[in-house]
Structure formats: C-alpha cells, structure tokens
Design a protein around this ligand. Sequence first.
Ligand SMILES: *Cc1c(COP(=O)(O)O)cnc(C)c1O
Length: 390
Amino acid sequence: MRRDPKPIPLLDLTLQFRSLESELRAALDEVLSTQHFIMGPVVAEFEDDLAAYCRVSHAFGVSSGTDALLAALMALEVGPGDEVITTPYTFFATAGSIARLGAVPVFVDIRPDTFNLDPALASRAITKRTKGLLPVHLFGQMADMEPLLDIAQEHGFWVVEDAAQAIGAELEGRRAGSLGRVGCFSFFPSKNLGCFGDGGAVTTTDGDLAERLDILRNHGARPKYHHQIVGGNFRLDAVQAAVLRVKLPHLDSWTEARRANAARYRRLFVEAGLAMSSDRSNTSPSPADAPVVLPYERPGRRHIYNQFVIRARKRDALITYLRENNIGCEVYYPLPLHLQPCFAYLGYREGDFPVAEAAAQETLAIPIYPELTEKQQERVVEVIAGFYRG
Ligand SMILES: *Cc1c(COP(=O)(O)O)cnc(C)c1O
C-alpha cells in the first residue's frame, strides 16, 4: 500500500526554531535571570540593530504591527474627519488603525501585477481632508514609493509605510521603512522576522517624530508620570526583543532562501506548462493556455516573499484539491476591506475596486518558507499539475 507523502504545511516554524534553539533558550534565560521584562537594555539593543538593518536613524519596538500603525498615525495627529488614502487589498489592521482614530480610510484600487496600491488612482482620491497616504508593501514587495512620495510632497502630506510583510525589502537599494515618514513593522510569528507572540516596530528618520513615537508607546509620559501627550501601552516586551535579537542576524539568509525558492517555483511552474514566465501584461489566469499566473517581481525591487501568491484558474476547487493532498495554502485576502461589514458605513459597493475584487477571487498563497526543500516544491507543483490535468 502506498503511504501518503508527508504533509507540506504553508509554514513550518519548528525547523527555524530547532536551528537556533540553544541560542534562543540562552537569550530567554538571560531575561528570566534579570527579571527585567519591560523596556530596558535588551529592547534598546534590538532597536539599534533594527535601525541599522532598516537603514534609518530611529527604530522603536512596539507591541504589534497593528500598534505600530496606530502609534504612527497618532504621532502624526490623525483624528476625526481626516482622510487617509490606502489599499482595500491588505490585512485588516491597515485600515482598522485609521478608523480607530475616527479618521476615514479612503480606498483606491490596486495594480493587477503586484497587488500594490495604484499611485495614479491615489492622486485622484485627494481631497481637502486628505492627511496622508498609507501604502502597504504587500506580500514582501515594495509599493510604488516614488510616485507616492511625489504626490505627498506636492500636496504637503505624509506617507506612512505598512511594511509589516516587507522587512528587508528594497526599492532601488533603499529599504522598506526608510522612505516614508514612518515605517511600520510586525513580528507576528508568520512574518519573515517573527517573535514568540506579538511584537512590532516603527522606524523613522525624523528626529521630532521619533521623540513623539518614543513617548507615545509609553502613555505619552516623559518623565515618568508626566504625560506630554495621550499615548498608550504600545511597548515591546524584553522577552520578545531577546528573541528578535537572536533572529535578526539570520534574516538575510532566510530571505535569500525564500527568494531561491521563488525562483525554483518559477522554473517548475513553467516547465510543467502551468504558467508563462512572468511578465507585466500577464495578470489574469483566464487564458486557456496557462491556468496559473506567477507573482510579478518588478525590476529594481528586492521582493522578500513573505508570501508566494499565484493567481489560479478554478481557485476554490484547487484549494480543496490541495487540502485533500495535504498541501497548505491560504487566501490573502478573501474579502477586500471596502466590502467588510464593519466598513459598511463608508458606503462602498461591490464593483468599486474591480482589481482588488478579482484578486480576492483568484489568488492563493502556497508554501515558500526558507526551509522548504526542492522535493517538496516539486510535489506542490506536481499536485497542482495533477489538478489541471483533471
Ligand atoms: C501582519 C500585518 C499587520 C498587523 O501586524 P500584527 O503584528 O499582527 O498586529 C498589519 N499590516 C499588514 C499588511 C500585515 O500583514
């Protein structure tokens, strides 16, 4: 009897943990022995390492990627009635953080090739109430920062980068989080740099803003019990900082492994006749000759592949088939934000953002984690080929 091959999960964190287990345990032990859990030297050291990595002058650890976004918008004094232009095709927190401050998320559609905010549409959405732009570097590839920064400069407002999925991503050699007024990062376990729970960071090159971010994450207090502004408890734990300090030096080798896996998938998909080698015009899975569209990597960018997202013909049936064959996959994201029940009050309708809506119907993330083997990738592609053979 044939034994089922071992399942291939979308992400397997145990392999990375085992490769660093003794170092991680030692770092945790050190925090435990000091019993210093809130802020302190480990957090400060990690912030220095992170600032150097992101090539910015200031980085501050915060409690999550969501709180990074919230703190950034609070530091920029976003409030009721203000409008912030963003993408409907992202994780909820991007727009949720705008709405939580009483401001209005103004959605504009995405580019069909990269799934990132379309800058031409962004400039058309500007009103007197626009305070800034909040692009997302989706799946690990940087958004079109040059035109977005130009628009912002022309109108005198800011750009905040949601870089939660894009630590180490580059645009013409410049790193994610170093181009906008603030960069927001997440260390949620499934991000490329993940901690042992929730964590995040904000980056900036603006000294005054850095000061505000630094005190905002600690109830706006400076000195202690003297509150300059109304902030929150947005601190990063020393335990998480200790984990992140151990992991950060390995991030680039993990990213290179993800990129190598992406290159291998490209070869395998094309060889199997499932996809054409990717080019910009190739943004729909409908042509009969190629059921899969590969992720498009724009020139001049370092894509860090937090997710390897394909467009697939008969996507939902393919998901069922992959699950039957024990291959992990996930839809990021099945319902664009303009159609979420909580944003009904914004008045958007189905059909408002056709590119985002099509992406929600057609896209699928398949395993890309650094430790994924060539054999496993071959099996993923074989199973997908088997599905389309019928
Ligand atoms: C993960 C993520 C966030 C939120 O990060 P958390 O650490 O989970 O709060 C925000 N934006 C995007 C695009 C994300 O992928």
